[in-house]
Structures are given as C-alpha cells and as structure tokens.
Design a protein around this ligand. Sequence first.
Ligand SMILES: *Cc1c(COP(=O)(O)O)cnc(C)c1O
Ligand SMILES: [Zn+2]
Length: 417
Amino acid sequence: MSLSLSAEQPDEPADAADGVWLECIECGDTFAPFDDIRYTCDECDGLLEVRYADLPTFDDFDGHGVWRYADALPFEEGVSIQEGATPLYEVPRLEESVGVEALRIKHEGMNPTGSFKDRGMTVGVRVAKELGVGRLACASTGNTSAALAAYGSRGGMQTLVLLPAGKVAAGKIAQASLHGARILEVDGNFDACLDIVQELAAQGEAYLLNSLNPFRLEGQKTIGLEILEGFLADYDAVPDRIVLPVGNAGNTSALYKAFRELVQAGELDEDDVPKLTGVQAEGAAPMVEAIENDADEVRRWDDVETRATAIRIGNPVNAPKALPGIRETGGTAVAVSDEEITEAQRDIAGEGIGVEPASAASVAGLRKLRTEGVVDDDERVACLTTGHLLKDPDAAAAAGSEPEPVPAETQGVLEHL
Ligand SMILES: *Cc1c(COP(=O)(O)O)cnc(C)c1O
Ligand SMILES: [Zn+2]
C-alpha cells in the first residue's frame, strides 16, 4: 500500500518531469505533473500525491521558511511572502497543567496572512504559474480564501472565493476583500461551496486551490519538518506526538507524508514517527467517528455546527490520506466541545499566545486525551495552532473579559479600580 509507513521509494515513471510526478493513492497510476490540470486520478478518481525520484535528508535543508525545504518540494522557489519559520513556543504553565514531559505550541498564526494556509499557497500558486492558468479559486471557511487572495495578488492572478454565507469570521473576509478576491457568498455550508468550486474547476473555469490540490499539501509538509528540526535542536529527539485540529485533514495528510518521506530517505526510524493526533469539534467530527468505529471510510455529516468555524466541515476530502496517517503512526482522533475549545483558547492566551478557536482545539484535545490516560505523562508533545486570534475578533472578545466603562478623569478611574 502506497500510504504505509514502510512503503518503498517508487521507481521513477516515464512521465516524470525532473524527477517529479503525480501518483494515485488508490490505483497507483502515474501522471506527468504539469502537462495537464488534474486534481484526482483519471482512472479511479482517487486522491493524488506528488512523488519524487530523490528524497532529501536534513542536511539538504538550507535557508529560512518554507523554501528552506525546497529539496522536498517540486520547485526551488515559489510565489513567496516569506511564509513559514513560525515560532515553536514554550508554554511552561500549560505544560504543567496538562501534565506532559514537554509541550510546545507551533503557532501557525504567525504566517503572513495569519494561518498555515500560506505554506500551501506559496507552492500552489507557483504551480498555477507553471500551468499557465489565469484564474484561481477555492471554497473556504475563511483562511484559505485569505491566503489565496494574498498569494494570487502577489502572483498577479485573479482570485475567486466561495464562502458559506454568515459562517466566516470577520478578519478572514476582510483579508480576501482587501487583497482583491471576488467573494461569492453561498447560501450553504462549506461542503456545498467545495462541491460547486470542484465543478467549476472541472469545467476549466478556474484552477482549484483547496487542499484536494496535491501541490498545496507539499507546502504544508514543511510544518512537520520545522517541528522535527525544532525538537531535534531542543531535545535531541523528535516529538512523541503532534496534536492538530482537523477540518479537511490536509495537514494531517501533509505531516504524515513529510514523515513517510523522511523514513524512506533513512532519516527517521519508523518507530520514532510522531503519533498524529487529530482533534475535531463535537458538532463536526466525521474523522473521529471513523477512527472510533475503525471504519475504512468517513461518513459525510450534512449538518455541522461549531464556534470553531475553520473546522466546521462535514466531509473531510483528504480522509483517505489522513486515516492511514493517524493509524500507521499509532495516533488517534478525539472530539471536543465548544466550551472546551474556548477554555483552551483562554489557556493559550494566558501564555501570551493569541489563537482563533479552531486552533485551540489542539490543546483542548490534548487535555482531554491526557485526562483519559490516552496520552502519557512522559510524552513530549507539539500542539499545532493553525490561525491567529485576530482572524476571529468576535470569538476572542466573547472568550475574553468585558471592557469596563469609566469616566474621563483620573479620580473616577481610581475609584472604579
Ligand atoms: C484550514 C484550517 C484548519 C483545518 O485544516 P485541515 O488541514 O483542513 O484539516 C484548521 N484550523 C484553521 C485555523 C484553518 O484555517
Ligand atoms: Zn487511480
């Protein structure tokens, strides 16, 4: 099976270009990477992955940010706004209260547009240039549209974004708007937006930059590579576990791919691969359901609801890549309530780190799994926080303290205090 941790490095097929090709994860068919536009397999409609004839070792990485990892990517440079190289914060109080050997927060909110989506777009928009397409499009719970709008404008291309009306946080719409995207507000949920944009892409109307696009996930692999390098520098070992919020399961798939490639390159022992641990909101937890039921496929949830709007997704498109990732690494998946998410958002904020609700799901999930004894107290853990606090100012204000009105003179302020 191509997605097994012990899979052999495949032979380079004739349709590879400079040692890069696309391969179907279901039937193994291979395709030239940049001759035609395709998002899934022509034969069986399975998901595609990018393959390389040569896989890099840690020594090959050089420079700063996403493009430090160029040897693990299809190009030497992308359409870049200096994405990646995000902080791996120490959080001593949180580490103590959760009760693990080490806890670090990888804060992806510190990317140029405030979410990890930038890592995928710097690669995806570069590919769009290679393919010579004019219009880029995505469905989005918000952050993908912000990143696409910024990277599309950087690359001098038109962008079209489909958003679920009334379900996108204010900061994200503002970004898409100012960076010049055409914003279509769809009277439906995210999954309906994705269905539509996939059909537009299939009709050649636009180049699709959702995480169904295999090249975007290549950029997102660099989250995993940065976490590993950070832990190796600080602990001389990779983390035991990486906990991350799950929406379409793009990151889960991308991190797993990064680790598989390191195993294939002989840089990481199969037994040392961090346990990928996915967290969803209770109101949108189809991946958790599949893991708990040991199911081969994820059942689409038609009605999803959570305050964590970035992961309000009922049909995680990358599930066929992510389920093996969770299982093969010995990880798990867990659902948390909106209250637990808000509590975690406050806890993280108490360490000076501002994240949006979906991001806090990682810490909420870790706490829950620690309480249940699934996570041991001797584990070193990285929690991924996917987006910045300012993305969703309304959620932050609701989770924080109320402003107190005071008179416009010092004595009055003193009396109030
Ligand atoms: C996109 C997004 C997610 C979901 O990531 P997937 O890779 O689709 O699982 C989680 N959190 C935030 C803030 C996001 O923007
Ligand atoms: Zn196929």
